[in-house]
Structures are given as C-alpha cells and as structure tokens.
Design a protein around this ligand. Structure first.
Ligand code: PLP
Length: 342
C-alpha cells in the first residue's frame, strides 16, 4: 500500500539511499577465513563503543543472545525479567540451544531491581539447579521501551559480583537508552560481561546484531556462532550498512523519541485509550472500551493505512523509526481515533 504508515516495529525500515551506496561500495572478503575488512572494522568499532575487548558480528539478535547464554555452564539457571525478550520471544531457545533454564522474575514495570534479583539467586548445589547469570534488557521492549537506569544496573552488577554471577545485557535498543539519558553505551555495558546490540532495530540496517565481551569469550562465541550456522562469508556487505548506520543514523534517534512523545500526546486525547508515556521509541496503548480488543483495533487501523501490532488482548504497540515523519505520526493518530469509533 502506498503511503502506508508502518509503526509495527522499528525493524521495518528500508535501507536509505546512502546506506545502499555504502553497501554497494563495501570492500569484502571471506569472513569465515577471517579476511573481510569491513566486518573487522564494524566489530572493532562496536567493541570500542561498548568498551569491550572484542565483538562478533551476528545475523540476528536472537543468535547473539543465545550465543551469550551458550557461554554459560549447561544446566544452570539465568535470572531474567518476567517479560524479557529471551523469555517470551525467543521460541524456547535457551532450553533448545543454550542448554540453560530461565528463572523469570515478575516486575511491575519491566525494570529489574536488585531486591527482586537477590531472592531468586540459587547457590551452587549438587541437588538443585544453580544460578550462573543474570540477564538484563535495556531498553525493555515488552515494557514499552523502558530504560533500566544505570544506577539499577550498577546495583545488580554489585550483587552479581557478590555471588560470582555473570551478566548478559540484551541491548538491542541500548542506543535508545543512551540517547534518551545521555549515558554513553559503554557505561551501561560496563555492568555486563556480554552485550548484544542490534543494527536492524532503529538504526535502519537490513540485517545484523553484534555480541561484545572479553577476547576469550568472543573467541568462544565465534565457535558457537559457527555451530549455529551463523558464520557468514562476504558479510562486509552487511557490515557496511552497520558502519553507515553508526555514522549517520545513531545520532538521529532523538527524533524518534520526540515523535513517540508527540504520538502519545495526540492519542492521550482519544476517549477509550490509555497511553503509557514513552521513555524512548515504543508506545504501548491500552484499550479501555469493553467489546473492543487489540486484534480488532489493529485490523481497523490497518484498513486506514496504518500498521500497529497487538501486544496483549487489550494492548497495542506502535514504534517510531527513521521511515516515519511528523506527518505520518499525525496520520496514524487520526487513523486510531477514527478506528475507535468503528
Ligand atoms: C529486546 C530484543 N532483543 C532481541 C531481539 C531479537 O532480535 P532479532 O529479531 O534480530 O533476532 C529483539 C527483536 O525485536 C528485541 O526487541
């Protein structure tokens, strides 16, 4: 559909003309043989941004998360937030791929707290499963792009150190947390042993995530990626898009955050809806009208040329990104207002 305003996710972006040029001009080699210079450049750049020794380019965020979990001792437990992506949206991969089990901890707002983590920790025992790691997500997708404050992460890091636990950070949208708080990515990343960042969410790349950590961990991560079939050959084609996005799209994320606030403001005037004020680029909208559920609202809004998704039976999600401008936001808000009436 032409003029379709697609707010289903920040993954729906198409490569910009500049990004396509960067892809076309990429110098490539065979990364499995270790000689793709553009992949190496991207890995070094992300390791530097995150303050880590090394990084590995991955085809997807899920593969990066699962590789990080597969670094842990098998048959141990990983504490995560109860609506975390690794728990809800990775199709059982921690059990299937990483051979660990998750211990989800419910929070009221998606934000982990050291006082909630502490009672979930299980000490080493020959009888019971024991905790090897804590997983954090920043920003938290399921909680509506919520930012886990640096101080909370530091307190959880201190607790992890007390108990000899590792921390993996799902930072698919860590860029957004940094933009919104002014805290550099590396400060958040310093609280974690391994960090995943995505290039295909918000930054506008067609494919790609990166896992970062210590050099020995990333050497092992390369082996796990290969085992998962994730080694890629002339992947400099994709890495070039990542380098372009870091140079051109990272600094514009504030526009997405501003548009998310504008969208929330416009929708807050629509009867029958409750909008959760966004921290970043994800807007969660609750439907308060009896007899109208999320799939039906999504269908009606879709007929009016706007894409949003159902999140729960009564909650829909919209996400701003670089392919949506102010006019698109106005159109989307009007479409939702009209759709509430039938
Ligand atoms: C927080 C978070 N982590 C991980 C992922 C998985 O990334 P991918 O779809 O690249 O596997 C997503 C995808 O939306 C996400 O939102």
């Amino acid at each position: 559909m032409t003029n379709f305003v697609d707010l289903r996710s920040d993954t729906v972006t198409r490569p910009t003309a500049g990004m396509r040029e960067a892809i076309a001009g990429a110098v490539v080699g065979d990364d499995v043989l270790g000689d793709d210079p553009t992949v190496k450049e991207l890995e070094a750049r992300i390791a530097a941004i995150l303050g880590k020794e090394a990084a590995v380019f991955m085809p997807s965020g899920i593969m990066a998360n699962q590789t990080a979990l597969a670094l842990l001792p098998p048959a141990t437990e990983v504490i995560c937030e109860g609506a975390g992506h690794i728990y809800d949206w990775e199709n059982g991969a921690p059990a299937f791929i990483a051979a660990v089990q998750l211990h989800p901890v419910a929070t009221s707002d998606g934000l982990m707290h050291e006082d909630l983590v502490r009672p979930a920790i299980r000490a080493k025992s020959p009888y019971q499963v024991w905790t090897s790691a804590i997983e954090l997500e920043n920003t938290h997708n399921g909680a509506g792009g919520r930012i886990l404050p640096l101080e909370r992460m530091q307190a959880i890091r201190a607790l992890a150190d007390e108990h000899g636990l590792r921390i993996h950070l799902d930072g698919a949208r860590l860029w957004h947390a940094s933009e919104a708080t002014g805290v550099p990515e590396k400060e958040f990343a310093a609280c974690a042993d391994t960090v995943m960042v995505a290039l295909s969410k918000g930054l506008g790349c067609p494919v790609g995530s990166v896992l970062a950590g210590t050099a020995p961990d990333m050497l092992r991560a390369r082996g796990i990626r290969r085992r998962l079939g994730g080694s890629m050959r002339q992947s400099g084609i994709l890495a070039a898009a990542g380098l372009y996005a870091l140079a051109h799209h990272r600094q514009r994320l504030g526009e997405d955050h501003r548009r998310a606030r504008l969208f929330a403001e416009l929708l807050s005037k629509v009867p029958g809806l409750r909008v959760i004020p966004p921290d970043t680029n994800i807007i969660m909208i609750d439907i308060l009208v009896a007899g109208l559920d999320a799939p039906e609202l999504v269908r009606r809004v879709g007929q009016r040329g706007v894409g949003i998704v159902s999140f729960t039976r009564t909650r829909v999600r919209a996400v701003t990104h670089l392919d949506v401008d102010d006019a698109g936001i106005e159109t989307a808000a009007q479409a939702i207002e009209a759709a509430m009436l039938g």
